[in-house]
Write a protein that binds this ligand. Structure first.
Ligand SMILES: *Cc1c(COP(=O)(O)O)cnc(C)c1O
Length: 229
């Protein structure tokens, strides 16, 4: 099932790229494996998936040692400062940085472990109360503040769009994130690039790609519904 789903999702990504006149190689599919067992990750790995997304530190710590070392782990969930030390040297990209204090902790743990950590700034683009992330007005300042910290590099923006039944309703937000990333990029802040736009999930990744996503985070569409016990 995982393999068939992956084929379908990759096909959809290609189609969305064609519609938008983009090269499919610009888009990285992150298989969101949260709550799913190692055996399903192995199925996706066998089907050539190398990027996996998790939202809990404990789950990355459990799964990472059981799986091939060429997997790129993406931390996509809210990250508590006291847990940063467990994952800074295990993740390829932390998508969910939403405060200077968190960035400072990532930086200091990265220095301690002598690694460089790539991060995204999480923006709450629709201003939803229930969501983490900074307001769009705060993004430039946070980028400037993180830019001067050692061993941490801002690579772009991440957003979790509202839960909607019609993905077209989120097009405006994806467009706004892209515009924001262009604005920040034009400021030419040292140590900050805006090459990554992490946006789009199972229900709306095709719209997100049409609006410029370079990373889409697809869970249900690959692994099926999640069962929270
Ligand atoms: C769970 C999750 C996803 C994947 O959601 P699906 O709707 O299952 O594709 C993507 N991004 C984040 C941040 C998540 O927590």
């Amino acid at each position: 099932m995982v393999e068939e789903n992956l084929i379908q999702v990759r096909e959809n990504i290609k189609k969305a790229c064609v519609r938008a006149g983009r090269n499919p190689e610009e888009v990285t599919l992150i298989a969101v494996s949260k709550t799913k067992p190692v055996c399903m990750i192995e199925e996706a790995y066998a089907a050539h998936c190398r990027d996996f997304g998790e939202n809990k530190v404990q789950e990355i710590m459990d799964k990472e040692p059981q799986l091939p070392t060429d997997i790129r782990w993406h931390m996509i969930g809210h990250l508590q400062r006291n847990k940063v030390k467990y994952i800074v040297d295990k993740t390829a990209l932390i998508h969910s940085v939403d405060s200077l204090r968190l960035a400072q902790e990532i930086s200091s743990q990265a220095v301690k472990k002598q690694v460089d950590v790539d991060i995204l700034l999480e923006v709450n683009i629709a201003g939803e109360e229930s969501k983490f992330g900074i307001a769009r007005e705060e993004a430039v300042r946070l980028a400037e503040e993180v830019a001067i910290l050692p061993n941490i590099h801002v690579k772009g923006l991440m957003t979790i769009a509202p839960f909607v039944s019609n993905p077209e309703d989120n097009r405006q937000y994806f467009r706004q994130i892209r515009e924001l990333s262009v604005d920040i990029g034009q400021k030419n802040i040292d140590n900050v690039t805006m090459s990554v736009l992490s946006m789009g999930m199972t229900l709306d990744y095709m719209v997100a790609i049409e609006e410029g996503a370079t990373m889409v985070r697809v869970g249900t569409g690959i692994f099926g519904e999640r069962n929270y016990g």
